[in-house]
Write a protein that binds this ligand. Structure first.
Ligand code: FAD
Length: 461
């Protein structure tokens, strides 16, 4: 850990966003003694987990003048991480077997996640720090501090100075659209998963779903319940791939990626198959976007790489006054928010120090070089699931907090392998009961549950 020579100081900090990252961060900042103001554009906490049947007015979200929604949650969504691993470490995401309004499954629905997030905000009295319906429109450095301009929903603007800003604005709202040869003249409907809610609009259609990770696997099966045929295009598959996937409706196929699309409505896959489709659904991920941030070109976003960022959190020349919580893509998401924000809080108070700007830049360049050496494309700079425990434990040691539990890393890694092998059943059939037991025994040892672990283990089966 970096030596803590400085006197501990309290800073006036702005947090942008009251999704899970902003809530967890504001709690950690206040715990460390900072004074915190959280800006939230919406009327309530929860961010991405506030489901709405509404979507952007442009189904591909390309029109800059479109009306926008924040959430990308679809009606049928269940978590892709087991609840024991998903919860914050000292506030576990426990099933409520005694409350019928709650979803007690190990991989619960999105409403259960929102309820948990609301419970968290209530338990730790986070709402008293939040200014709802207040959007941050500009953030810029001024004389070593940060000017934050905000605007309320009724148009009231404010211009304030903070000693630090932590950005927690989420990164699953600005769609990334794959370019497909010939798409401009292809006549069918196109939509990005950000705007997908329910399968009904695809009834009796032939649909192509591009992408086969968590959302693509879910959405293709959701649509297959009502569509005539669903064809998944996956760039991760070998060019010759053409497989029938087992679903009750017997109407789902896996292909390699799309080669070309044509004016007559046909879609040609790299495996040579040709289909005539009504709709394309892009499950092709999202872009980072910080429309409010003005750093005179210091921070750049290039092919999904936000640069330069030390350990995906601090831009060296602007640190520690500017920090990002929640950028990396990995499975242990809420605990990542917790560990990153403990580090940010400790650095801001002076309890932990950062290396020099040059040393941080050296570290960043070494990270980029290691990706190059492994042939990992730039767009995966922040996709660090394969080293998540190592990454989180490095920060945990740096800020002097508890390391990630062994069972948590193993559950998430094992769950990921089950997702890839059995996307249709991985949430309801598992082979890691011993890890669930370890998790609840751990909660019991830390006095985070008031009943014997057997209560959760027996009711959960
Ligand atoms: P968000 O939840 O997006 O919150 C950001 C907040 O910032 C929002 O409330 C927004 O209104 C606010 N905001 C943005 N800009 C401004 C501004 N300028 N001014 C004021 N407020 C602003 N993670 C898991 O752990 N388990 C899962 O099962 C899981 N499933 C997922 C499924 C899908 C389809 C997706 C897209 C993601 C999933 N994730 C999952 C990851 C998910 O992103 C995180 O769980 C989490 O919601 C991210 O939290 P966040 O606070 O970073 O962002």
């Amino acid at each position: 850990m970096a030596p803590a020579q400085n006197q501990i100081t309290s800073k006036h900090v702005a947090v942008i966003g009251a999704g899970p990252a902003g809530l967890i961060t504001s709690r950690e900042l206040r715990r460390e003694g900072h004074s915190v103001v959280v800006f939230e554009r919406e009327k309530q906490v929860g961010g991405l987990w506030v489901y709405t049947p509404k979507s952007d007015s442009d189904p591909l979200s390309l029109d800059p003048t479109r009306s926008k929604v924040h959430s990308s949650i679809y009606e049928s969504l269940r978590t892709n991480v087991p609840r024991e691993s998903m919860g914050v470490r000292d506030f576990p995401f426990l099933p409520r077997f005694d409350d019928e309004s709650r979803d007690a499954r190990r991989y619960p629905n999105h409403r259960e996640v929102l309820a948990y997030i609301q419970d968290f905000a209530r338990e730790f009295k986070i709402e008293e720090m939040i200014r709802f319906e207040t959007e941050v429109v500009r953030v810029e450095p001024v004389d070593g501090k940060w000017r934050v301009q905000s605007k309320t929903s009724v148009g009231f603007s404010k211009d304030e100075i903070y000693e630090a800003v932590v950005v927690c604005n989420g990164h699953y709202t600005e769609p990334n659209i794959a370019h497909i040869p010939g798409i401009k003249s292809w006549p069918g409907k196109q939509i990005h998963s950000h705007n997908y809610r329910v399968p009904d609009p695809f009834e009796n259609e032939v649909v192509v779903v591009i992408g086969n990770f968590a959302s693509g696997a879910d959405i293709s099966r959701d649509i297959a319940k009502v569509a005539k045929e669903v064809h998944i295009a996956s760039r991760a598959r070998e060019p010759h791939t053409y497989e029938k996937i087992s679903v009750p409706q017997n109407n789902l196929w896996m292909h390699s990626e799309i080669d070309t699309t044509h004016e007559d409505g046909s879609i040609v896959f790299k495996n040579g198959k040709v289909i005539f489709a009504d709709s394309i659904v892009y499950c092709t991920g999202y872009k980072y976007n910080f429309p409010f941030l003005e750093t005179n070109g210091y921070l750049r976003i290039d092919e999904k790489r936000v640069e330069p960022l030390y350990k995906h959190v601090f831009p060296p020349a602007l640190a520690p006054g500017l920090a990002f919580v929640g950028l990396p893509a990995m499975g242990i998401v809420f605990v990542m928010f917790e560990i990153q924000s403990k580090w940010v809080a400790a650095v801001l108070s002076g309890r932990v120090t950062l290396p020099s700007t040059d040393k941080m830049m050296e570290d960043i360049n070494a990270w980029y070089a290691s990706l190059d050496a492994l042939g990992i494309p730039k767009r995966h700079t922040h996709t660090i699931g394969r080293i998540q425990s190592e990454y989180l434990n490095w920060i945990a040691k740096e800020s002097g907090c508890e390391l990630v539990e062994r069972w948590r890393g193993q559950e998430v890694d094992g769950g990921y392998l089950r997702l890839v092998a059995h996307p249709e059943t991985y949430r309801d059939e598992w082979d890691d009961d011993e890890l669930i037991e370890e998790a609840y025994n751990d909660f019991s040892k830390k006095k985070l549950i008031s009943v014997d672990p057997s209560y959760y283990l027996e009711n959960g089966r």
